[in-house]
Design a protein around this ligand. Structure first.
Ligand SMILES: Cc1cc2nc3c(=O)[nH]c(=O)nc-3n(C[C@H](O)[C@H](O)[C@H](O)COP(=O)(O)O)c2cc1C
Length: 454
């Protein structure tokens, strides 16, 4: 019998959440950057919501002049440190740490992620990113000048994952003898050097840790290039993706899953999980009111040139207080799906050009539009996109800390359960278990290599 397909939920632990202006609300909690109590509170809320994983994004440089949307790039706790802290105060939720394969070291990363998998009893996941083209600040923290580009960074990423996967297998199960009578502590025949030699990394192994409880660590990957799609098709279990619109994402979902085919992989064991910002309240009206309150806090001055560029017509002569539905026509709304999405977020047709500017000023709204409504409205929206196979789950980017996470857990999760697309209790306590993917055989175990060859 095939198992019922269930929605996956994840939480992105960005300390000041993810919105250009929501942090300016009086109720926003903005001191979470290095606050263990805040981290603990979010971790407990996430487990209360039966989330599949708690996600730590990565930053390996700081941009002190970043304000608004990117303020999370100013400070970021180190992910493995956060994950081991969260592991100690939770029992079931998966713990995903992000590393950048262009700069970080695969042996160190293998040690850290395998350690985390042991200490969390099999809850670790690794998000591998390669770094954005043209962003050189990380390179300059790692003894280089410019970010590596093009195919080279994915060649390096392939070597990176090959080392980590090889080291994870470098001890077979059954290594521990504890044979006090014979004086044999371990079975040394279970240890394997990996003797990896690439253009970027050279690693002998074995790892100085037993095989992780999950056998191999589940891999998450994000990126926009062809090389990224191929990489994900071969190595990843989850793709962290944008959410543009239902139509866009259905096409994206189909395309991305097609990259699994050359590797004979099951598309139902690979999950597409976009990051989405939700404004949830007791009623639709309240949620839209909060969204508008947040938009009104955008700092940037009205710039008609930016609106003109995006709507593709000159609106510089139009008063910013004019309603867009009074000026733009049906063809504009047909051409620019995001205009409809903007109206939907405000919840009515009172949207002015000034509002539209503020919507655009929130970088990210255009390719990751916010979803606004009551628990029921938001759950229905998620369910429709899940059933349409536009996504397999969602990763929450709360707009501000800390009440929106609780609102999602208290108002949306019960509705998702009522719709029958989300679990009502944890059915597993490992990340692989949450994803329903098996613990793979060890490449060094005789039966396993014979099976792979067959
Ligand atoms: C939806 C999405 C989410 C991403 N999240 C992160 C992140 O948390 N941390 C990070 O360093 N890079 C992140 N990236 C950047 C990518 O992982 C990748 O480094 C970048 O897109 C360059 O790869 P590409 O040339 O294949 O697009 C993200 C990219 C996308 C598309």
């Amino acid at each position: 019998m095939t198992k019922k397909r269930l929605l996956k939920l994840a939480y992105s632990a960005w300390p000041t959440a993810r919105h250009a202006s929501a942090w300016r609300l009086p109720e926003a909690f903005n001191n979470g950057t290095v606050d263990p109590v805040y981290l603990a509170d979010t971790a407990r809320a996430v487990e209360r919501g039966l989330f599949d994983y708690y996600f730590m994004g990565n930053a390996i440089s700081s941009t002190p002049d970043a304000q608004g949307f990117w303020h999370n790039d100013v400070f970021k706790l180190e992910g493995f440190t956060v994950a081991s802290y969260v592991a100690a105060i939770t029992r079931n939720v998966g713990l995903v740490v992000t590393v950048n394969s262009s700069y970080q070291d695969p042996f160190d990363t293998a040690r850290a992620i395998v350690s985390l998998d042991h200490l969390s009893n099999g809850r670790a996941g690794l998000n591998i990113v390669t770094g954005l083209e043209g962003v050189d600040a990380p390179a300059q923290n790692y003894g280089q000048v410019k970010h590596i580009t093009g195919d080279e960074k994915y060649r390096k990423a392939r070597e990176f994952i090959s080392v980590i996967n090889g080291l994870s297998d470098s001890w077979e199960d059954g290594y521990f003898l504890d044979d006090r009578a014979a004086g044999r502590f371990i079975d040394t025949s279970k240890a394997h050097a990996i003797d990896f030699k690439g253009d970027h990394f050279s690693v002998r192994g074995p790892l100085n840790l037993p095989r992780p409880p999950q056998g191999q660590i589940p891999i998450i990957h994000a990126g926009g290039s062809e090389a990224s799609f191929q990489y994900g098709g071969e190595f990843a279990d989850i793709r962290f993706s944008p959410f543009v619109s239902t139509e866009w994402n259905i096409e994206y979902y189909r395309k991305v899953k097609s990259y699994l085919e050359p590797f004979g992989r099951d598309p139902d064991s690979f999950f597409i999980i976009p990051g989405i910002t939700f404004f949830v309240a007791g009623t639709d009206v309240e949620a839209h009111r909060k969204f508008r309150e947040v938009q009104d806090l955008v700092v940037s001055q009205y710039a008609p040139a930016q609106v003109s560029a995006l709507v593709g017509r000159d609106v510089s002569g139009i008063d910013g207080h004019e309603k867009i539905v009074d000026v733009l026509d049906t063809s504009d709304f047909e051409k620019h799906q995001w205009l409809r999405t903007a109206l939907a977020a405000f919840g009515d047709e009172q949207v002015t050009f000034r509002d539209l500017f503020r919507y655009i000023a929130n970088k990210g709204h255009l390719n990751q539009p916010p979803v606004v409504g009551s628990g029921k409205t938001v759950a229905n929206w998620i369910a429709e996109n899940f059933e349409a196979r536009a996504l397999d789950g969602v990763k929450l980017f709360p707009p501000y800390a800390r009440t929106p996470l609780d609102a999602f857990v208290d108002l949306v999760v019960p509705e998702l359960q009522r719709l029958g697309i989300y679990k009502t209790s944890y059915e597993a306590s490992t990340l692989r278990g949450h994803l329903g993917i098996e613990r793979p055989a060890n490449r060094f175990t005789e039966g396993a290599s014979r099976l792979a060859a067959e």
